[in-house]
Unconditional design. Structure first.
Length: 170
């Protein structure tokens, strides 16, 4: 499953966000802030809530100057885990590409996701985001796969990843 152009743009912006904040790594929190830099479904939802994540940006800002060599930036294990497992959500929504909203839905379902934890703390969860997203586009889904994908316990034990592997073999 390939990333959509919008998802690739947000990932590139995540790297730039990390550089701007003098961070030495790229986490899901950088991805969350980067969503605001381009036109995508999560940004529309965040704009409707008047969320700009200024406090989050300030909390991530490092005083330490880092070398501005883009190649040195790496993904945290937490964010790498998200990107490896999000393919399930594309299948769950009957899509051939992984879009930014699927990455965000996975983060909201994953107990270990920093961005998901942050969003839940400020009042956004999986169902709220999905319902807000429906205002901007139709979201057809497999109810069984969505039950698995939206359940934080099942996500934390890796069931979506294992199901995705199983679906790829058939």
């Amino acid at each position: 499953m390939k990333l959509s152009n919008k998802a690739e743009k947000v990932l590139a912006d995540s790297r730039l966000t990390a550089i701007d904040l003098n961070s030495e790594y790229i986490s899901s929190l950088h991805f969350l802030i980067a969503l605001l830099k381009s036109d995508n479904l999560p940004r529309k939802v965040f704009d409707s809530k008047n969320w700009n994540f200024e406090e989050l940006s300030e909390s991530l800002k490092s005083e330490k100057e880092t070398e501005n060599e883009i190649e040195r930036y790496f993904l945290t294990k937490e964010f790498e885990y998200t990107l490896k497992n999000v393919k399930f959500y594309s299948k769950m929504y009957f899509d051939k590409e992984t879009k930014p909203e699927y990455i965000l839905l996975f983060m909201l379902a994953d107990k270990k996701s920093y961005a998901g934890r942050y969003l839940r703390e400020i009042g956004m969860d999986y169902l709220i985001f999905k319902n807000e997203s429906k205002k901007y586009r139709e979201m057809r889904t497999s109810k069984t796969l969505e039950f698995i994908g939206s359940n934080r316990f099942l996500t934390s034990i890796g069931l979506p990843k294992n199901l995705n592997n199983l679906l790829n073999k058939t």
